[in-house]
Write a protein that binds this ligand. Structure first.
Ligand code: UDX
Length: 435
């Protein structure tokens, strides 16, 4: 079978990475976004967000001519054999449910223009039942619909795209499966497991995976709450649990909890969908998972207040980290910025530094103060808060920071600093879930 031409609809973290990686694997790829600025940036070799290695990979594939970008649905409808749907599904304002209007708009734009047989592959994270509705939209054309959830982590997007733990194909026919096996052959040939299933299961796999990961993080953070009252050490507890292979140590790091554009909104959307389906009881535990996660942020503020003689008003606080996690500039539902804002609202003077997310933070949180380095953020501080575990913070010399602060108080919200080293340098070190 000749190599199919691919289109990728939606050029955010997921779509841009997918488009660039598939072009690198040798496919002709057309990336589409309705945001002309994004399209122009990518066409000129600039990735409009921070993702390690992606700029370099884009620079490598652009000269081959295999990767082009457009804002026109007519272009992709005419040229592509396989269309990947990668648009976002954010949380609806004031509700738990997902906003699938971008999916609906993309499907409508494509469906009205398709004049040739093709395959549409849904990658967006959607409430179960969406794919079946989308399939109806294409029913009058010779269009095969497949659901292929994406599990990529920001910061590891290339690795997760080219070497995923598994590929999941939700199909309704043998032809759909064959197309997917052909398109993903370069990846499948490296030994990646493939799970072929129906549309509903494929949609559920994604939200189930994220619900499990969120639960695992909140489990260890619940243990941290208990540790705090009995002066136990959640880091040691987590380490001891991790040697049990049935439990495993990944996603068992206690701290400020999860944020980002996926886990928080996906568990909420999952609960909302379960409610619509009449099985809300099956997922009520996720309410608690969410609540534990939120309580960590409140605890971080309380711990800081305790350290500062029970008063935040007028205190100077240096915040290290704004991104929801290291190796990303994404600040969606960032625990770090949530804590920084709460401290600001409580009257503290908060100065934030982050190696990659400063521009995004400045735009969305204009009330906070910002610095261009960790040392500048900590200058004159009564307390330094470590809220996103970037390697440059973890490796930082506590003496260097100690020289510029007003008081050597540090709260490690990610349990990632070397407590012994910081204490030896005269810092009053506090962390979540540890003595
Ligand atoms: C997540 C899923 O991992 C990915 O499979 C899915 O496709 C999208 O959602 P991502 O949002 O990029 O990916 O971040 P992830 O690495 O999962 O981290 C999520 C949050 O959990 C971060 O805020 C991180 O700091 C936090 N976290 C992670 C913990 O607090 N403890 C841990 O042990 C692990």
């Amino acid at each position: 079978m000749p190599r199919p031409t691919l289109s990728v609809i939606g050029l955010g973290y997921l779509g841009a990475t997918h488009a660039i990686c598939m072009a690198d694997l040798g496919y002709d790829v057309i990336g589409l976004d309705v945001d002309a600025g994004k399209v122009e940036a990518l066409a000129n070799g600039t990735v409009p967000f921070f993702e390690p290695g992606l700029d370099e990979l884009l620079a490598k594939v652009l000269p081959t001519g295999r990767l082009t970008f457009t804002t026109s649905y007519d272009d992709i409808a005419e040229a592509a054999d396989v269309h990947f749907l990668c648009v976002g599904t954010p949380q609806r304002k004031g509700e738990n449910a997902a906003d699938i209007s971008y999916v609906d708009a993309a499907v409508e734009s494509l469906a009205t223009r398709l004049r040739r047989p093709c395959t549409v592959v849904g990658k967006s994270t959607v409430p179960v039942g969406t794919a079946e509705r989308v399939a109806e939209q294409f029913a009058h054309n010779e269009v095969e619909l497949v659901w292929n959830p994406e599990f990529l982590r920001e910061g590891w997007a290339i690795e997760d795209t080219l070497h995923p733990d598994r590929l999941v194909f939700g199909v309704t026919s043998e032809r759909g499966e064959q197309t997917m096996r052909a398109v993903f052959a370069p990846i499948i040939d490296t030994g990646v497991p493939v799970v072929v299933t129906d549309l509903a299961t494929a949609q559920l796999v994604k939200v189930a995976a994220n619900a499990f990961l969120a639960t695992k993080i909140s489990f260890i953070n619940a243990m941290a709450e208990v540790c705090e009252v009995v002066h136990a050490d959640v880091k040691k507890l987590s380490e001891a649990l991790s040697y049990d292979e049935r439990i495993g140590g990944r996603f068992l790091h206690a701290g400020l909890g999860f944020g980002g554009g996926c886990l928080p909104k996906d568990i909420r959307a999952f609960m909302a969908r379960a409610g619509e389906l009449g099985v809300d009881q099956a997922l009520t535990f996720l309410t608690e998972v969410d609540a534990i996660n939120q309580r960590r942020r409140a605890r971080m503020v309380d711990l800081t207040r305790e350290l500062l003689d029970d008063s935040l008003s007028g205190r100077r606080i240096g915040v290290l980290g704004a991104a929801f996690k290291p190796h990303s500039d994404d600040i969606r539902d960032s625990p770090a910025l949530d804590v920084a804002s709460r401290l600001h609202r409580a009257g503290a003077h908060v100065t934030v530094y982050d190696p990659a997310a400063l521009a995004n933070a400045r735009r969305d949180y204009p009330a906070l103060a910002y610095a261009e380095s960790a040392v500048d953020a900590a200058a004159g501080a009564d307390a330094v808060l470590h809220l996103t575990e970037w390697p440059e913070f973890v490796q930082m010399d506590p003496e260097v920071l100690g020289a510029v602060v007003n008081r050597r108080n540090v709260v490690d919200g990610r349990n990632a600093l070397d407590a012994t080293r910081w204490r030896a340098a005269g810092w009053h070190y506090r962390a979540l879930g540890r003595p």
